[in-house]
Design a protein around this ligand. Structure first.
Ligand code: SAM
Length: 399
């Protein structure tokens, strides 16, 4: 009975978990041979271009280029992945699967442009190339930017394919984009070295998950966002419609650059530099451009944040008063370091520390703060809603 339901793909773990419920169809995965045999490769605009990944076992599925000309009002999309994963995202090609709040956002190119227009402009910035600068005040939790992918490629592409195969699939993926989108992609920044398209991908990708498999997502609009070690925004994307939202973590003033962090948050200066080497640049954000004394003070705070977190998470003999003191110190340091994006994680650590100290009122207070922050942070379909439910279950069991 289940298998007959149109909204469940038997081979797809996502099946019916759409937040924005659309009837889901379940296209059959096709490679180039199957598509030519049946003479149909819809919903894709071109016959898939497939290669056998040279560095994977012989039984592995091919990696194919699937392109759509009409994706997001004709901006186009090329996906380099297995036939099965391509079939699992076929429904997202339909503009109708983008929920109205995202589709109608002023920065979305699907919006009918009678509204106020985007809240940012792309400008040249000293030492950092181009970047997005706020043209009006952006409120905390406001979606500042909506973006859609132009290229998606399986994350292990560079290892799975031989160099000639990589060149061939990238050439095909770019050639099959509408010409305007080709120009947009080829004009993106690149700083990691090597062949142009591969370098553009390495410089600009966001890691996204399709059916549990990591992919590189190239989102040209949000590619212009620079890194900041004290970011004022973060990004999230929806598996259901592939749209990316850039959200303000605190109020952003007119003229302020909108930034996110490319590196895990909370690293000290040396570790951040090491991590950002992979991206091929030396960070020139305001913190990294400060005096040595300011950087040292920041490092001390960041080291202390890690220590306090470890004490709260690991010590089982803390009293309520001790948790009060440590939680207060942790939140003060996070505020001083402007690492608000991490609060979701720390609220849970504090809630669990209060549970350990049998102060259930405070535990509930922080569990509530954690849940509200996750909802603001990830939206209702965020994976961590499950983690939150576990926190509440653990708390209920103790009461
Ligand atoms: C994803 S792009 C960001 C937009 C880019 N600035 C542009 O002009 O399109 C990443 C590149 O921007 C530059 N960049 C980003 N954040 C930076 C920072 N904090 N300091 C210096 N350069 C930065 C680096 O060249 C990096 O490789």
């Amino acid at each position: 009975k289940e298998a007959n339901r149109r909204d469940i793909c038997s081979w797809s773990p996502y099946g019916s978990t759409l937040l924005y419920h659309q009837p889901r169809t379940c296209p059959v995965p096709i490679d180039d041979t199957a598509a030519s045999r049946i003479g149909d490769w819809s919903p894709w605009s071109y016959l898939p271009y497939c290669v056998k990944p040279r560095n994977k076992p012989r039984s592995s599925p091919p990696y194919c280029v699937f392109s759509s000309d009409h994706y997001r009002a004709g901006h186009g999309l090329s996906v380099i992945t297995t036939p099965q994963l391509a079939a699992s995202i076929a429904d997202t090609l339909d503009d109708g699967t983008v929920p109205p709040p995202i589709r109608n956002h002023p920065s979305s190119f699907l919006a009918h442009s009678s509204g106020p227009g985007p809240a940012f402009e792309i400008k040249d910035l000293p030492g950092r190339g181009k970047g997005a600068v706020a043209t009006r005040k952006i409120r905390q939790w406001e979606v500042a930017m909506v973006a859609y992918p132009a290229v998606i490629a399986q994350m292990d592409l560079w290892e799975a394919l031989g160099p000639d195969q990589i060149r061939a699939v990238l050439r095909q993926a770019i050639q099959q984009l509408p010409s305007e989108q080709q120009g947009v992609v080829l004009s993106l920044d690149h700083s990691t070295g090597g062949a142009l398209v591969q370098d553009i991908l390495n410089t600009n990708i966001f890691g996204i998950e399709l059916d549990g498999v990591m992919h590189m997502g190239l989102y040209p609009e949000s590619s212009r966002l620079n890194h900041n070690c004290r970011p004022n925004a973060f990004w999230r994307y929806s598996k259901d419609n592939l749209a990316m939202e850039v959200v303000a973590i605190r109020a952003i003033e007119v003229g302020e650059e909108i930034t996110h962090s490319y590196a895990p948050l909370g690293l000290n200066y040396k570790d951040r530099r090491e991590t950002l080497k992979e991206w091929g640049f030396t960070c020139k954000c305001p913190l990294c451009s400060s005096s040595r004394r300011v950087i040292q003070q920041s490092d001390q705070r960041r080291n202390r944040i890690r220590e306090v977190r470890a004490v709260l998470a690991e010590r089982e003999d803390l009293s309520g008063d001790q948790v009060d003191k440590l939680a207060g110190e942790l939140l003060r340091l996070i505020g001083e370091e402007k690492l608000e994006v991490q609060l979701v994680v720390y609220y849970e650590v504090i809630a669990r520390a209060y549970m350990g100290a049998f102060d259930f009122e405070k535990a509930k207070e922080y569990a509530n703060m954690c849940e509200n922050a996750w909802i603001q942070y990830g939206g209702l379909d965020h994976d961590n809603v499950e983690g939150m439910k576990q926190l509440w279950r653990d708390l209920d069991e103790m009461l």
